[in-house]
Design a protein around this ligand. Structure first.
Ligand code: ATP
Ligand code: MG
Length: 415
């Protein structure tokens, strides 16, 4: 349990802070601010030793609502701990709490920082979704179907915010890829009316159980009531985790088949959904997304939009990757992982070098050298095709393959 103490206009958050500490943090904010306006509130995380997106992301819409609706200024003291201090910047938590002092972070590894969306098409809900899918493809091991299950679930949970929440600050979303457990966790939170109010019920716990039940919706004309049901199924069948906090209700999946709801010590004035999906389960999509007894296969997916050409061939347009991936081994590893994942469900992929004149030799080694060694020459030459290769690029690829063949798959110094 973390330490949360309010001292006048300052809130101290110390030690290791976990999701079940969230109600006390909400209560401390409420007691410090209430309905007042134009206050300055200190948020002191300096002695914090552990903190996760499952705790912090839900705090962000509340803080932003106080700032934008009641003109509250938050002054952040980030953790003294170096790693945790860096996490505050990389995740955008610092930016959303105290934007005057912390610009947004656009580059991140292993996670997608906290981003805001309104669902009006302007702020790229679609782009956020694609960032999460690209993160998974380049960091974890996934089949195309598993990626589809994540795409469907995150899309549904995000869609619910503009559709039902009436949140004055829109929604916030953050995602993290866990390589150890080959799973992805995302959290979507808003500062809206909550699930019970949206469904016209007054018992929060009962409303949460209803919300994850097939076919339960507030509006039978427009919606099917499958979004939370299907997402819960995907999380549960993949051995993952699922948790909703909405006003005076918490719902959490506990172990296989277990579901618990309870009333937290203080309300969460909005809705926060946390969903962790394991990617190792095969055939999950068909088992998890079953509505009225029939399997539901979402017709278009990210792989189709991002990689398939008109004849169904997978194409990686290398020019699009130049600025984000060409400079480093890390970028190279990302591309290699994407290719390895795509080749699980496809016979071949085309690298299109149109508009590409050069890249670093360490990038070439991570992608072409290592793919050649791990796949073997014959599979490499039949499954990896190249198009629009100019002589410089050809030289870089050849050299990478020759050198890597000599070294084998041993590690290279990180850069
Ligand atoms: N962020 C939210 N804020 C408020 N209410 C919500 C939120 N998300 C879901 N709900 C409520 O939970 C109900 C169930 O959500 P769910 O996504 O399962 O179905 P739906 O959105 O009604 O239908 P579908 O997703 O199939 O179009 C919604 O009808 C709505 O009343
Ligand atoms: Mg929905």
């Amino acid at each position: 349990m973390g330490t949360i103490e309010r001292k006048g206009n300052s809130i101290l958050v110390a030690d290791g802070v976990f999701p079940d500490d969230l109600p006390r943090l909400c209560a401390a904010l409420h007691r410090a601010i209430g309905r007042e306006e134009d206050l300055q509130i200190g948020l002191d995380f300096s002695e914090c030793t552990a903190l996760f997106q499952s705790t912090m992301l839900p705090v962000i819409p509340l803080v932003v609502r106080y700032r934008e609706m009641q003109r509250i200024t938050f002054v952040l003291r980030p953790p003294v701990d170096r790693d945790l201090g860096r996490l505050f910047l990389n995740t955008n938590w610092a930016h959303h709490i105290d934007p005057g002092n912390h610009p947004p972070n656009r580059h991140s590894q292993g996670h997608m920082p906290a981003l805001r969306f309104h669902g009006d098409g302007e702020d790229g809900q679609e782009a956020i979704l694609e960032r999460v899918l690209e993160l998974i493809l380049g960091t974890l091991d996934t089949s195309r179907d598993m990626l589809k299950a994540v795409e469907w679930s995150l899309g549904e949970i995000m869609d619910n915010v503009p559709m039902h929440a009436e949140s004055p600050v829109g929604g916030f979303v953050q995602a993290t890829a866990y390589t150890g457990s080959n799973s992805v966790e995302f959290v979507v939170a808003d500062a809206g009316i909550g699930i019970a109010a949206s469904m016209g019920q007054d018992d929060d716990q009962a409303a949460l159980r209803d919300a994850i039940t097939e076919g339960v919706t507030r509006d039978r004309e427009r919606n099917a009531g499958n979004g939370l049901f299907g997402s819960y199924q995907v999380a549960a069948l993949s051995g993952g985790e699922f948790e909703i906090r909405s006003n005076r209700g918490v719902l959490r999946r506990v172990g296989a088949g277990g579901l618990r709801t309870w009333s937290p010590p203080a309300p969460y004035l909005g809705t926060s959904v946390r969903c962790k999906i394991g990617l190792d389960e095969s055939g999950l999509l068909e088992r998890a997304l079953r509505f009225r007894g029939k399997p539901h296969d979402p017709p278009h997916d990210f792989v189709e939009r991002a990689f398939e050409n008109d004849s169904g061939l997978l194409v990686m347009k290398m020019a699009d990757r130049a600025s984000s991936h060409f400079g480093s081994r890390k970028g190279g590893r990302h591309i290699r992982r994407v290719v390895e994942n795509l080749l699980r469900d496809h016979p071949a992929i085309v690298f299109d070098f149109k508009g590409v004149g050069v890249f670093t030799s360490s990038f070439a080694d991570e992608v072409f050298g290592r793919l050649f060694v791990s796949m073997g020459p014959r599979a490499f030459m039949t499954r990896i095709r190249m198009r629009n290769v100019d002589p410089t690029v050809e030289g870089l690829i050849d050299r990478a393959i020759v050198q890597r063949t000599r070294l084998g798959s041993q590690e290279t110094d990180q850069e």
